[in-house]
Every structure is written in C-alpha cells, then in structure tokens.
Design a protein around this ligand. Structure first.
Ligand SMILES: [Zn+2]
Length: 46
C-alpha cells in the first residue's frame, strides 16, 4: 500500500509512504525524498 505524502521540497518529486515506511524524511520540518535527504545528511565532498 502506497500513500502520497507530498512533493519533495528540494526537487519536487512525489514522496510516498509505503507500508508505514516514509520513503523520505522530514528535515527542519521540510519534506524531502530519500535522495535529497541523503544529500542533506551526507553532502558530497569535493
Ligand atoms: Zn528530492
């Protein structure tokens, strides 16, 4: 079962909740998809 939560505030991709697991994260009360959440937590190093 998949429930649409809303668009990622960073890239605009739809974020879903699947079987109670949020396929993304709330960071600073902003909804982010998994990819953007990973980038927020682990910024790419140069
Ligand atoms: Zn995103």
């Amino acid at each position: 079962m998949r429930e649409l939560i809303g668009p990622c505030t960073n890239c605009g991709k739809d974020v879903y909740c699947r079987d109670g697991f949020l396929e993304g994260a709330y960071i600073n009360s902003k909804l982010l998809c998994i990819k953007c959440a990973e980038l927020q937590e682990n910024p790419p190093q140069k």
